[in-house]
Design a protein around this ligand. Structure first.
Ligand SMILES: NC(=O)c1ccc[n+]([C@@H]2O[C@H](COP(=O)([O-])OP(=O)(O)OC[C@H]3O[C@@H](n4cnc5c(N)ncnc54)[C@H](O)[C@@H]3O)[C@@H](O)[C@H]2O)c1
Ligand SMILES: [Zn+2]
Length: 385
């Protein structure tokens, strides 16, 4: 069974001994200042369980400028290291970019005992993880996430993939990384709107899995940028626990997809001009309304969720919400939770508790004719005509 064990490295003493590392797990190390401690090479060797024959870093051009040369320098201490750079943003997460990565890996001569090191946000992590899973039938990879969203969500759990013209993440694999190195210090260079994207997924953890995280977010001044880095580790723990129970996403893992049926549809329908986290926040308003309409989501909690999300979303981030309802619906119908052409979503009952159907499923059937009103509801609440 794939396990995703959290290891917290608190200080340099623990860093030296790497206590708690488990050999049959995807080890996740959360440590402030990890990247600056000149120890990355050693961590990578520990996580891979061997010294790689060579390393190839995949990153995007923004992250490369900030951290690329440090990482090349660090990894060159353990093995020959090359670097592949993508343009930043969701448009790099396509099949053609993946083909290019694969041919670059072949040109660089990466063999099956080499390693991919994925330095960047969820885009680099998803497409790089996909390439790792299919190149020579699979090479080991380590995730070094540099956005809040990637640190608390996309780098953990092994979901990889690319977007297609018929929808988001429609092609991909579930392929666990050898390990994840999370340094909250990366967030110091992250623009404010990217922090908001990550807070979107934090609110999702609150609604789906932890009333405590939700209350902490409510109590924080999140809209004006208060420090939420202390919530990174609790979010990673939730993700690790759920993925360990359901690595292949046939059961409880689908609860982490709350807000994503409509969220992914908004991203795709806007040609990816709406970011993932913002789309998921809007998606939670719509899907929260659906859950309430179906008599599942308790009214007070439904309104609490709406109030918290409204605090974060500014008009300028929502301009692209004025898109055609038909396009949104078309993409919602391609969602991977659907079965036999029927729309299914993971929906909440309370803050911190998801609905389970009578037959024990976390995916609730949703009448298709409620889809449009649910999007209208979100537009109305967010005052987007
Ligand atoms: N695999 C999963 O389980 C999973 C879960 C959630 C989201 N996702 C995917 O993740 C993607 C979104 O990820 P994202 O929000 O990280 O977007 P992203 O990877 O596009 O990064 C956002 C922007 O931040 C920049 N950036 C990254 N780190 C930086 C840093 N430290 N300082 C300054 N700039 C930095 C990047 O260059 C980019 O422009 C989506 O494709 C989504 O589908 C996957
Ligand atoms: Zn997400």
């Amino acid at each position: 069974m794939v396990r995703a064990t959290i290891i917290r490295v608190l200080n340099s003493e623990n860093l030296a001994s790497l206590r708690g590392m488990k050999k049959d797990s995807c080890n996740i190390i959360v440590a402030e200042g990890l990247f600056a401690k000149n120890k990355i090479g050693r961590f990578v060797v520990e996580l891979l369980n061997r010294t790689p024959t060579s390393c190839v870093i995949i990153t995007d051009s923004t992250v490369k400028k900030l951290y690329g040369s440090i990482l090349v320098q660090e990894l060159s201490r353990i093995a020959r290291t090359d670097l592949i750079t993508l343009p930043p943003g969701e448009r790099s997460k396509g099949f053609s970019q993946c083909t290019k990565i694969l041919s670059d890996l072949a040109k660089l001569g990466l063999d099956r005992e080499g390693a991919l090191i994925l330095l960047g946000g969820g885009v680099v992590g998803d497409i790089g993880g996909f390439a790792a899973s299919i190149y020579k039938r699979g090479v080991k990879h380590v995730q070094i996430p540099t956005t809040l969203l990637a640190q608390i969500d996309s780098s953990i759990g092994g979901k990889t993939g690319v977007d297609t013209e018929w929808g988001k993440n429609q092609i991909g694999t579930i392929y666990q990384p050898a390990g994840v190195l999370i340094d909250p210090a990366f967030l110091k260079t992250l623009p404010r709107h990217e922090i908001l994207n990550g807070i979107g997924e934090m609110i999702k953890y609150g609604v789906t899995s932890s009333a405590k995280i939700f209350s902490e977010l409510e109590a924080n001044d999140i809209e004006s940028g208060s420090d939420i880095t202390h919530l990174i580790e609790p979010c990673c723990k939730i993700k690790a626990r759920i993925v360990s129970k359901d690595p292949n996403d046939f059961g409880i893992r689908s609860t982490l997809n709350y807000g994503h049926t409509i969220g992914h549809s908004l991203e795709a329908a806007s040609n990816y001009t709406m970011s993932h986290g913002i789309s998921v926040l809007v998606g939670m308003i719509s899907e929260g309304w659906l859950a309430h309409e179906l008599g599942l989501f308790q009214t007070t909690d439904f309104l609490r969720q709406e109030a918290l999300i409204k605090r974060l979303l500014r008009k300028d981030s929502l301009l692209n919400l004025r898109m055609s309802q038909n396009r949104i619906t078309k993409f919602a119908l391609t969602d991977k939770k659907n079965a036999s052409g029927k729309l299914r979503m993971s929906l909440p009952e309370r803050i911190g508790r998801m609905h389970v159907t009578k037959d024990g499923s976390f995916k609730t059937p949703v009448p298709i004719d409620l889809l449009k009103p649910s999007i209208d509801y979100a537009k109305n609440v967010l005052s987007v005509a």
